[in-house]
Design a protein. Sequence first.
Length: 135
Amino acid sequence: MQELSYSKAGPEECWLWKNSLDPDGYGRKHGTSAHRWMYDQEIGKIPKGHAVVHSCKIKHCVNPKHLKAIPLGAVARRASTTKLTMTIARKIRKYQEFPRKKTQQEVGLMFGINDSTVACIWAGTLWAEQPDFPV
């Protein structure tokens, strides 16, 4: 019988990865994150433009019931350290157009973010209008 690389607790509990972890605390398996590997094995192919996130917010959990694929733009909304909200992102977008037109650097200084974040919001790759996703 092959030994599991994770502790398989009850079906609703976290299954914690027991092998190598990366510096950020995510499990590693075959050159990828263990949770992405588990999603691929148990749920299916990760949709293009999506990230696999943990509903439990435990980085080395690999329980398929705790894993969800969400659009990359929605990942920023889940980050506990983010300074932005969708309301602020909408305000930032308004500075892209006349008569409020400002540079990305000016807008970044106004909201305490860097100009590359402003560029991504303006391009719709961060904080794009999307349906709500569970956090």
